[in-house]
Write a protein that binds this ligand. Sequence first.
Ligand SMILES: NC(=O)C1=CN([C@@H]2O[C@H](COP(=O)(O)OP(=O)(O)OC[C@H]3O[C@@H](n4cnc5c(N)ncnc54)[C@H](OP(=O)(O)O)[C@@H]3O)[C@@H](O)[C@H]2O)C=CC1
Ligand SMILES: Cc1cn([C@H]2C[C@H](O)[C@@H](COP(=O)(O)OP(=O)(O)O[C@H]3O[C@@H](C)C(=O)[C@@H](O)[C@H]3O)O2)c(=O)[nH]c1=O
Ligand SMILES: [Mg+2]
Length: 295
Amino acid sequence: MKRALVTGGNGQLGTELQRHRWPEGWAVTAVDIDELDLRDPAAIAAMVASQPWAAVIAAGAYTAVDKAENDSVTAWAVNAMAPAALAAACATAGIPIVQVSTDYVFDGARDGAWEVDDPVAPLGVYGASKLGGELAVRTSGARHAIVRTAWVVSAHGSNFVKTMLRVGATTSPLRVVDDQRGSPTSAADLAAALAMIAVRLAEDPAAPTGTYHFSNAGAVTWAGFAREIFAQSAARGGPSAEVIGITTRDYPTPATRPANSLLSHRAIIRDYGIHPAPWQAALAPILDELIGTPK
Ligand SMILES: NC(=O)C1=CN([C@@H]2O[C@H](COP(=O)(O)OP(=O)(O)OC[C@H]3O[C@@H](n4cnc5c(N)ncnc54)[C@H](OP(=O)(O)O)[C@@H]3O)[C@@H](O)[C@H]2O)C=CC1
Ligand SMILES: Cc1cn([C@H]2C[C@H](O)[C@@H](COP(=O)(O)OP(=O)(O)O[C@H]3O[C@@H](C)C(=O)[C@@H](O)[C@H]3O)O2)c(=O)[nH]c1=O
Ligand SMILES: [Mg+2]
C-alpha cells in the first residue's frame, strides 16, 4: 500500500483529500494540528521520517487573510517555515511534495489570466507568507509540484458559499464587492487534481514538476459568485438574497485583495491533461450537500 501524508487534514481541502477515491493500492493519512503542529519544524521532520510515505500533500495553512495582517509571525511560521521543513524532509526521504499555494501571490493589477511564470507581488501578509512557502519548496531539492488555487469552497469549513448562505438567510440585500475577479474552486475538484499529480510524481520519476494553477473554469466577481450561489440555493428551496454590487473602496478590509486573480490553466493542461470544470457546475454538488438536490 502506498500512503500519502496530508497536512491540514481538517480543512476544506484536507477533508476532500480524505473523501477522494484514491487509485487502487493508495491510501491517505491526514493530520491536523492535534497530530502535527505546523509551527514545530522538528515535529514536521519526525512525521515525514516516521513512515515510508509515498508523497506529501501540504494542504495545511494559515488562511485567515485579514487576521494575518496582525499575526505575521504565525502566518510566516505556518505558510513559509512549515513548507520549508516539510520539503527538506521530503528531499531527505527522496519523496515528492505537492505544495498548495494561492492566487494572492499576484497583485492582480492587470487583466487576463495569470500564467505560472508571471511576476508575483503579494499585496498582504497571507500572500507574502504563501510565496515564502513556494520559494522554500522550489529550492529544497525535493521533487515537487506547487499548485496555486483560488477562492476555494466546499460544504465544510469556512468559506464564501457558507458565509453567503448564513448571512443571506436573515439579511437582504447583501452588499458584495463587484470589482474583484477570480475563479472559484471546488475543494473536491482541487483534491482530485492534487491526488492525480501526487500519484504521478510518486509512481513516475519522469513526471513533470514545477508550478501549476488549478481553479474551476470561468471568471466572476465576488458579487456575481454570490448571485449564482443564491440562484442555485433558491432552486433547492434554500436561502436567497438580493446582491448589490459595490466597490472594494466601499468594503474596507485589513488586507488588500487582488483586483484580478484569474489563473491560467495552460500548464496543468499541458503537463497533466487536467481540464477544470466550469465553476457553476462545480458549485452544484456543494449546494446539493448543504441544502439538497433541486426541487
Ligand atoms: N481557502 C481558500 O480560498 C484558498 C486556499 N488556498 C490554499 O489551499 C490550501 C487549503 O486551503 P483550505 O483547505 O481552504 O484551508 P482551511 O483553512 O480550510 O484548512 C487549513 C487547515 O490547516 C490547519 N492549520 C492551521 N494552522 C495550523 C498549524 N499550526 N498546525 C497544523 N495545522 C494548522 C487549519 O486548522 P484551523 O482551522 O484549526 O486553523 C485547517 O484545518 C492552503 O494551503 C491554502 O493556503 C489557496 C487559495 C484559496
Ligand atoms: C462576507 C462578505 C465579503 N465580501 C468580500 C470581501 C472579499 O473581498 C470577498 C471574499 O471574502 P472572503 O473573506 O471569503 O475572501 P478571502 O478570505 O479573501 O478569500 C481568500 O482566501 C484565501 C485563503 C485565498 O487564498 C484566496 O484565494 C481567497 O479565497 O468578498 C463582501 O463584499 N461582502 C460580504 O458580505
Ligand atoms: Mg476567508
